[in-house]
Every structure is written in structure tokens, then in C-alpha cells.
Design a protein around this ligand. Sequence first.
Ligand SMILES: NC(=O)c1ccc[n+]([C@@H]2O[C@H](COP(=O)([O-])OP(=O)(O)OC[C@H]3O[C@@H](n4cnc5c(N)ncnc54)[C@H](O)[C@@H]3O)[C@@H](O)[C@H]2O)c1
Length: 259
Amino acid sequence: MFELTGKTVFITGGGGGIGAGMAQAFAERGARIVLADIERDFAEQESARLPASAEARAITLDVRDLASWRAASEAVGAIDVLCNNAGISTGFKPLVELSPETFERLMAINVTGVFNGIKTFAPQMIARGSGHIVNTSSMNGLSPFASFAAYSASKFAVLGLSDAVRDELAPAGVGVSTLFPGLTRSRMSEADANGLTRANMMDPIWLGRAVVRAVENDEPYVVTHPEYRDALADRQSRILAAFGEPAQPGYRTGPSATR
Ligand SMILES: NC(=O)c1ccc[n+]([C@@H]2O[C@H](COP(=O)([O-])OP(=O)(O)OC[C@H]3O[C@@H](n4cnc5c(N)ncnc54)[C@H](O)[C@@H]3O)[C@@H](O)[C@H]2O)c1
């Protein structure tokens, strides 16, 4: 069990809905909180809501920029939990209508941002032999749908990266979890929402509490919205159904690098 009392938790996108929910939940466990966001005002607003025991700090961070991460690391020193949570969506739009600049910006924040966070803080966790990293993917990182292609691609990337890095860091005693939110109340989801979806949003504190339990118990996956299960099962079964005979007649399967 990973004891969180007195530990330092660094949350990117900490000025946003889900990041703030995580901050509240870690604070409930007696952790110290750093809220890092490109919008410092958002991070400051959320840090003001946390209890004094959280010794909350708001810092400016652009997750796309390694120099910005280095400055953050120098400012906060050692941390115990890193939540790579900052992310953007492009709204519902066919892929062909996305500009190359929008696609690149999405990937830089949603994917490179996660790489930069791990690159900055994992070495100190490895050296210490303890720590935990939480990466925010999405249900769209398991079940893509039309008009959300680029976002889905970025969130699939977060899952692939997280699963592999979990295996890489386990021998060093560092845990990695992936969070797959479904619809949750936040600035992003409010901007994308229509009347129907707006009525159906989960409160981010519950995602935060699920993340806290996953860190405490070193769980690989955090699923907060079980209603997406059938869509995922359907997709997985369609992929498994495509596994048949080898494409090359007579090809013999040998030991494989993949599992
Ligand atoms: N809300 C949902 O329904 C939902 C569902 C699935 C996944 N997610 C994911 O949850 C995460 C949090 O999003 P949210 O819903 O709380 O949205 P949000 O917009 O409330 O929060 C995102 C935060 O990230 C910050 N941010 C944006 N670019 C940044 C950058 N370059 N560097 C640092 N911070 C930056 C924003 O200022 C914002 O405060 C995202 O990764 C999002 O993709 C959200």
C-alpha cells in the first residue's frame, strides 16, 4: 500500500476539472499538492479551494516544453506522485477538417506532454526506488468514434506509452496507472457538450478518489464510467475475430516480442 500522507503530488492541468478533482482527493489523504497549469489563474483558483494541510502551490507549466518542466522541477524539488493529466480536445470535427497545426498542437499537449513529464520526474523516482505516475487517457483511448479521430489517436498513444512504461518502471518500484475518464464535468467537456451530455457528467472528485485508490494499490487501470464496457468489448471482439491463419502460407510462428 502506497502511503500518501505527507507525500507530494504534482498534477498537470491542475487548474482544470479532473486535475482539480484529483487534487481534492489526494488532499483528503493528507498529501501536499502542486497544481501545474498553462493557465496559472486556473491553478491558483483551485489551490485556494484546498485545505491548508495540502500546502497547495500553483505553478505555471507548459507541458509541451521540456525547459518549462525543468523549471518546474527545480521549483518543487522531489515529488512522489506525478499526474500527467493536462489535455485538450479539438471538439467534434471530421479528421479531414482539422488543420495540421491543430493536429500537432493536440499531439504535443496530449502525448509529448506525458513523455516530458516522465522524462523529467521518473529518474528521481527510479533513483529513490519509489513513486507513482498517473497518465490521463480517455474512454476514447479504448473506443474511438467518428469525429473524434485525432483526440482518440492521442489517447490511444497515452495508453500504449503507459502500459509499456509500467513494465519498464516496475522493477524500480515505480508504479504507473492509466485513467480512462468518460464524460466528466470540466471546462473542456462543457465546451464540447450539448444539452443531453451536459446533464450526464460525473463530478470530478469521484475520478480523483478512484485515482487515489489506484495509486495506493498500484492498479494499472482506472475506469470510472462502466457504461462504456459493451462498446469496448464489441471492439475487442472484432479485433480478435481478425486473428486467423497466418497471411503467408506455411509461415511458422516463433517466439514473439509482443505479448
Ligand atoms: N472531461 C471529460 O469528460 C474527459 C473525458 C476523458 C478524458 N478527459 C481528459 O482529462 C484531462 C483533463 O481534462 P478536463 O476534462 O479536466 O479539462 P479542463 O479543460 O478542465 O482541464 C485541462 C487543463 O489543462 C490545461 N492545459 C492545457 N494545455 C496545457 C499545457 N500545454 N500545459 C499545461 N496545462 C495545459 C488547461 O489550462 C486546463 O486547466 C485531459 O487529458 C482530457 O483529455 C476528460
